[in-house]
Design a binder for this molecule. Structure first.
Ligand code: GLU
Length: 476
């Protein structure tokens, strides 16, 4: 297949969004799977909207995702000469022509005819007329000349796409201010970067026939194209802010692990043949096949994303989770920036106990805060259900006394106490377990209660149950 060279070509007019990140991931996976090159191009010809902060931010997001690129990024703003040279070449050989129509004239004629495509007025100007206009410094755009016929390509995702040239007008390739249009710059750069496969969003399908014609006019080999179906929300509408966070950085800041974001975006619209959906970049590289990408639009489903993320957290080495969550615990004032070895061991036990339950690193600091400080609030519904009267107090007082007497405070010994006491009081174990969970965590659900009590430790458990005995029995 020759040398595989692909590119990701963001416009630095905003942060990296999920859709862009997904295009970047597919390009990267393809390059890595085929031993090719993954290149970066910054499409910054729109001087007004492009910002260098966004370039930096896009780099940062790509790095965070682990998408390393080969070679130095190409900046379109530095390639003006190349664009002008290509335009000149096409003007010289007659595949493009100067257009002197002013925006007002165009608007007037469009209104009169009701047809918004260019009417070809300047196509037939004589050499003398053109020279005179240029000499008079009349402002001139350059348009590409569309001949009758059809253009067809085999899209790696959508299959054969055929477009009749009647649907394409003589589009502008160079604006009257000398700037190239998107269509031109992309093609000139893809030729320059020797791009073999253009993998990009489906919103570019309508640009592809125009670009193929430009390749031909410039005498260059046409790359293969793979257009990626767009991302939709669960309501079937195009993914937008209405559906929640759309920027990669927002998910990073919410504490989603890199591998989870990478994994979920990679399997949106493409599921490996073996059905295994929880995969690291290396597994994905091994399984990736451009031809397996589904044509239907991909649904971004936060619930599924959370599931993927939780699966990754479950698999992650506790030491690595530790590295990720320590700054979060510190930031939430739960631990010191340099925990001693006892605290470190405690945090590792906390990770071991809780990792199955969390989908983000932030949750360790939020939902897991009771491992480090006494609960300040208690789930209201759970209080009503599990600590509804003084009867609970009486039981919990007996329970507390038994726990106090326990010398060896382990999951097993605590469980024995609970079972024996339940039998003695002729109640179910749940009548002790639910209130004690509420007392120590403030929540109605959590990890296995006996392990939890062991990890929290005797002192903490006694103190919290004691506090709850005063705070909770509100109804009687
Ligand atoms: N800069 C374009 C965009 O952000 C990508 C162009 C392309 O991939 O051909 O949509």
């Amino acid at each position: 297949m020759g040398n595989i060279r692909v590119r990701f070509a963001p416009s630095p007019t905003g942060v990296l969004h999920l859709g862009g990140a997904r295009s970047a991931i597919y390009n990267w996976l393809f390059a890595r799977a085929e031993g090719g090159k993954f290149l970066l191009r910054i499409e910054d010809t729109d001087a007004q909207r492009s910002k260098s902060e966004y370039v930096e931010q896009i780099y940062k997001s790509l790095r965070w995702l682990g998408l390393d690129w080969d070679d130095e990024p190409v900046f379109q703003s530095k390639r003006m000469d190349a664009y002008q040279e290509s335009v000149q070449k096409m003007v010289d050989d007659g595949s493009a022509y100067y257009c002197f129509c002013t925006p007002e004239e165009l608007e007037e004629r469009r209104k009169a005819s009701g047809d918004y495509s260019y009417d070809g007025k300047c196509r037939s100007l004589s050499k003398t007329e053109i020279d005179a206009n240029l000499k008079a410094e009349k402002s001139a755009a350059v348009r590409f000349k569309i001949e009758t016929g059809t253009t067809e390509w085999i899209d790696r995702v959508y299959g054969t796409i055929k477009v009749n040239h009647r649907e394409i007008d003589d589009f502008v390739i160079q604006r009257s201010n000398g700037f190239p249009t998107y269509q031109l710059a992309v093609v000139v750069d893809d030729i320059f970067m020797r791009i073999s496969h253009v993998i990009r969003g489906e919103d570019h399908i309508s640009n592809t026939p125009k670009q193929i014609l430009l390749y031909k006019a410039l005498g260059a080999a046409i790359p293969e194209f793979a257009h990626l179906p767009l991302l939709n929300g669960t309501d079937g509408k195009r993914l937008s802010k209405r559906h929640g966070a759309t920027g990669v950085d927002e998910y990073r800041d919410q504490g989603y692990p890199t591998e989870a974001v990478f994994n979920y975006l990679a399997i949106l619209g493409w599921v490996p043949k073996d059905g295994n959906e929880i995969l690291n970049p290396d597994d994905l590289i091994k399984r990736f096949n451009l031809d397996d990408i589904a044509r239907k639009s991909a649904i971004f489903d936060l619930k599924k994303f959370d599931w993927v993320s939780n699966e990754h957290i479950k698999k992650t080495d506790p030491e690595e989770i530790y590295r990720h969550i320590l700054p979060i615990l510190v930031e939430n004032d739960l631990v010191d920036a340099e925990p001693d070895s006892t605290m470190r061991q405690y945090i590792l036990k906390f990770i071991d106990l809780m990792r199955n339950r969390f989908r983000t690193y932030q949750q360790f600091g939020e939902l897991g805060s009771y491992f480090f400080k006494d609960p300040e609030t208690y789930e209201e519904k759970a209080v009503r259900k599990n600590w509804k009267d003084r009867e609970v107090n009486r039981r919990m007082e007996t329970f507390l006394a038994k726990l106090k007497a326990l010398e060896d405070f382990t999951g097993t010994t605590i469980e024995t106490v609970v079972r024996e006491l339940a039998e003695e009081l002729e109640i179910s174990a749940g009548n002790l377990i639910h209130p004690v969970r509420l007392a120590v965590s403030g929540f109605s659900v959590g990890p296995g209660i006996f392990e939890l009590l062991e990890v929290l430790g005797k002192e903490t458990v006694l103190r919290r149950v004691h506090t709850a005995l005063h705070k909770l029995p509100l109804i009687d």
